[in-house]
Design a protein around this ligand. Structure first.
Ligand SMILES: Cc1cc2nc3c(=O)[nH]c(=O)nc-3n(C[C@H](O)[C@H](O)[C@H](O)COP(=O)(O)OP(=O)(O)OC[C@H]3O[C@@H](n4cnc5c(N)ncnc54)[C@H](O)[C@@H]3O)c2cc1C
Length: 495
């Protein structure tokens, strides 16, 4: 297609990760009269689960809630490895013919809305030559995840250029990295470090977790006995639906318990760590976080693998700060030297809203920080556009499924009433802006200022609650007073 003749679709989905495939499924099933395409900047389906290839990569959610509502997770493991998740997402795309709707190698750079035409113009770059591509659509659905694919967060460590070994970031794991028999230092205490350490400890000479401060690490069986039992006696779909609801509700209960009784939960989690590591281990220094449970995302150790690696002496923890990298490892503030052949910087992600797409509405560039999240799915003053941003305290997919279903309801509602434009408007002065995510984690704090806000009240409040969101997004009225609809010819300029 040339610049003068952009190709048109009713809906353009951006991103072919877990959420983009979810969007494809819903659009095909519930808006079957609509044309859609998925633009994906990479050359593969799976997003996160294709990009991250570090040792041990796995979910930390159970797959009964992390799997799609419409496609039962049938593998025995409830905490699944990256490859199984990638295969599951790809197989889902194939099973429903969604893979045929994907245009790979299309990076969306800019999306411009015209109220006069009630149309989005999407500008993308295609292939290695970055050829410009233009498309138009009535509705834009961003399924771009929440972080920058180009690079992870890597703080500048003094002396890093002096280090003679290899420095590796988990977001770009080198396929040729041989760590057998090597001394490895993993910088970080988040989910990635907790995943990588037991996996590398299987063959490395020694793996040391170097953390500035501890995180909560919870052990949980990698198989869900109740879900497996249900599957044995009930039809697959029924068993899956029950396991999904059970786990979603149980997760909600645990989260609420953490918020209402933080001291009790804190004592329990730290007590569990002590139980697994034995009385002699300095749990106070290495496993006692400075924050309350769920002020940051919890780390999971399936079947206690992280604790077992420490107990076996294959992994250890150092809680200290880095003074400088040296030729042979890391010197700490305490003066201690950590020798290393490989340093893994599990220092986190760089958050990014809507895949770095520049959004423009009627010639006005959108600053996400000035927008407010409507039902966690749309942005104030941005017409005909939705985005998936999953739960921070539960499986991403639970929310992705709900948002995809909601977008389909909205599109169908507009169709029935002859509307061509729908824009969330926040005009209630009693609603105060609040951060979209209230985690104290470094990666959130570093970038939350560039993200949209949530509001202090419905429909702008993010409750992080699957039951409330099910009622609101699945069953609540589409015709919300905060949504401004208009028909062709009466399209209004965005405020
Ligand atoms: C290591 C790791 C483990 C995780 N584990 C869990 C877990 O256990 N449970 C959980 O709930 N969540 C987890 N998450 C969060 C996870 O990202 C989501 O659960 C889920 O995979 C997000 O799916 P998504 O499709 O929304 O986004 P992504 O998986 O990030 O996919 C986004 C897709 O959009 C594409 N894209 C982005 N920008 C553009 C653009 N401008 N143009 C075109 N294409 C674009 C990307 O290439 C990518 O394919 C984890 C995240 C990480 C990094």
């Amino acid at each position: 297609m040339t610049d003068t003749m952009p190709q048109h679709f009713d809906v353009i989905v951006v991103g072919a990760g877990l959420s983009g495939i979810d969007a494809g499924y819903h659009l095909q099933g519930y808006c079957s009269n609509k044309s859609y395409v998925i633009l994906e900047s990479r050359d593969a389906i799976g997003g996160t689960w294709d990009l991250f290839r570090y040792p041990g990569i796995r979910s930390d959610s159970d797959m009964y809630t992390f799997g799609y509502s419409f496609r039962p997770w049938q593998t025995d493991a409830s905490i699944a490895d990256g490859e199984s998740i990638r295969t599951y997402v790809r197989d889902t795309a194939k099973a429903y013919g969604i893979d045929r709707k994907i245009r790979f190698g299309h990076r969306v750079k800019r999306a411009s809305w015209s109220s006069a035409d009630a149309l989005w113009t999407i500008e993308a770059e295609s292939g290695p030559e970055r050829e410009p591509v233009r498309l138009t659509c009535n509705f834009l659905f961003s399924c771009t995840g929440y972080y920058d694919y180009a690079a992870g967060y890597e703080p500048q460590f003094a002396g890093a250029d002096k280090f003679h070994g290899r420095i590796v970031h988990p977001q770009h794991w080198p396929a040729d990295l041989d760590y057998a028999g090597k001394r490895v230092v993993v910088i970080g205490s988040g989910a990635t470090a907790v995943t990588i350490i037991p996996a590398m400890a299987e063959t490395a000479a020694q793996v040391t977790m170097l953390q500035r401060s501890p995180s909560y690490i919870v052990s949980r069986p990698s198989k869900d006995a109740v879900a497996l039992w249900l599957r044995r006696y009930l039809p697959t779909k029924v068993a899956y639906a029950i396991a999904r609801w059970r786990n979603a509700l149980y997760g909600l209960y645990l989260y609420n318990r953490c918020r209402t009784k933080p001291e009790l939960v804190k004592r329990f989690i730290i007590g569990q760590a002590r139980l697994q590591l034995g009385a002699g281990f300095d749990v106070k220094t290495h496993f006692t976080p400075r924050y309350n449970p769920w002020d940051q995302r919890m780390c999971l150790a399936p079947d206690g693998d992280f604790f077992r690696a420490i107990k076996a002496g294959k992994a250890d923890i150092v809680t200290d700060e880095i003074d400088t990298f040296t030729e042979t490892g890391i010197r700490l503030r305490s003066g201690r030297e950590l020798p290393a052949d490989i340093i893994v910087t599990a220092t986190g992600l760089k958050m990014q809203m809507l895949g770095g797409i520049d959004m423009v509405v009627d010639g006005r560039p959108i600053k996400f920080a000035e927008t407010m999240n409507f039902r966690g799915a749309m942005l104030s003053d941005v017409p005909n556009a939705a985005h998936v941003f999953g739960y921070t305290n539960a499986s991403w997919t639970l929310k992705a499924d709900l948002i995809c279903a909601y977008v389909c309801r909205l599109i169908n509602f507009m169709d029935r009433r002859g509307y061509v434009q729908c824009t969330p408007r926040q005009r209630d002065p009693s609603i105060a802006p609040e951060p979209m995510v209230d985690f104290s984690s470094g990666y959130i704090q570093r970038s939350i200022g560039q993200f949209p806000h949530q509001g202090s009240k419905k429909p702008w409040k993010l409750y992080q609650n699957y039951v409330m969101d099910t009622l609101s997004l699945r069953f609540g009225p589409v015709n919300d007073p905060a949504l401004e609809f208009s028909r062709r010819g009466e399209s209004r300029q965005a405020a």
